[in-house]
Design a protein around this ligand. Structure first.
Ligand code: AKB
Length: 325
């Protein structure tokens, strides 16, 4: 019988953190998961085990790891691509120093295993945009991408030099009904659902034809759990693995939402496009990733295509929030 892991999640209030925490609690029990974040969630959303943690505070991080005898850290705290551009030095500090604090604690034996989320933002405009391979050149155009590219290399370094078991995925844009994203360039793909149901229309901040790699939340969480559960010998990449779910443009998801609403007898939504500074960020990212290594090494297989994603999003959101159209 395997022992129950003792897990700490940083950035647990975020889009992925809230859903990952629920999945880990479902798998291992509520007592196994300590959620941390720089701010407390509202009382109604507060998990039974929560502690305040600024990831730049290495002393507090180590105290929590020791006090709760943590063995696994999911280090999700980060400032994302769009918000990160407002304060590049702060973004670098949170994203790189925060990671180093976690890796250093693991090196000292305060955790056995670390998960580090990387991103499609590590790539810049001089890679093959379709089916971008894992080892394409990393020339990110945002400080977020720079910090994650550096983070990937720190992960490989801590593994090679000190044997830290750190595993990483390059998440595309994550779309889910459970939580709201914040500060990213791919956030439109969640906003579009909420605004269409609230008002019947959505003005997108990216160009209609800007294709990006995306993944449905259920697939993203499953991938995270799968890479962390894989036998150590299956993890051949210690920088990060490309992870592809599906790819679509704003116009394509808009058309799929309109078709799904028509099938439900709902009024036709209106879509318009007013690209802002986030369009230049999106234009520098790949359209799709080659995730063959993830498939071969630890069996990655996405389940949600565009139709399944839209159907599942609408089903959950319509059951939860009032539709005003
Ligand atoms: C963002 O848009 O910044 C993130 C990402 C792709 O890493 N969702």
């Amino acid at each position: 019988m395997t022992a129950t892991p003792r897990i700490l999640i940083t950035g647990a209030n975020g889009q992925i953190g809230t859903v990952l925490a629920a999945a880990l609690r479902a798998a291992h029990g509520a007592d196994a998961v300590l959620c941390t974040d720089i701010v407390a969630p509202p009382p109604a959303a507060r998990p039974s085990r929560f502690a305040l943690l600024d990831v730049l505070d290495a002393v507090r991080l180590r105290a929590l790891l020791a006090e709760h005898r943590i063995d696994t850290v999911y280090h999700l705290s980060a400032v994302l691509s769009a918000r990160g551009e407002a304060d590049p030095r702060h973004t670098w500090d949170v994203n790189v120093t925060g990671l180093l604090n976690v890796l250093e604690a693991a090196r000292e034996g305060l955790a056995d295993k670390v998960f580090f989320p990387s991103t499609i933002a590590v790539f810049g405009s001089n890679v093959p945009p379709d089916g971008t391979p894992d080892d394409a050149v990393l020339n990110p155009g945002t400080v977020y991408g720079m910090s994650k590219a550096a983070g990937e290399n720190w992960c490989a370094y801590y593994h090679a030099r000190w044997g830290v078991d750190v595993r990483s995925l390059r998440y595309p844009g994550v779309v889910g009904h459970q939580s709201q994203p914040g500060g990213g360039t791919t956030d439109y793909a969640v906003e579009i659902f909420h605004q269409v149901l609230a008002s019947g229309s959505y003005e997108c901040f990216l160009a209609a034809d800007q294709t990006l790699p995306m993944i449905y939340m259920d697939d993203a969480i499953r991938a995270t759990l799968e890479i962390m559960a894989a036998p150590v010998a299956r993890i051949r990449r210690r920088t990060s693995y490309n992870l592809q779910g599906l790819s679509f443009s704003p116009a394509e998801i808009a058309a799929e939402i309109a078709a799904a609403m028509k099938r439900r007898g709902l009024a036709a939504p209106e879509f318009s496009y007013r690209p802002d500074f986030r369009q230049a960020i999106a234009a520098s990212w790949p359209h799709s990733l080659d995730d063959r290594n993830a498939r071969q090494d630890w069996g990655w297989q996405p389940r949600f295509g565009l139709r399944e994603l839209v159907t599942d999003m609408l089903e959950h959101l319509l059951a939860r929030i009032p539709c005003h159209i």
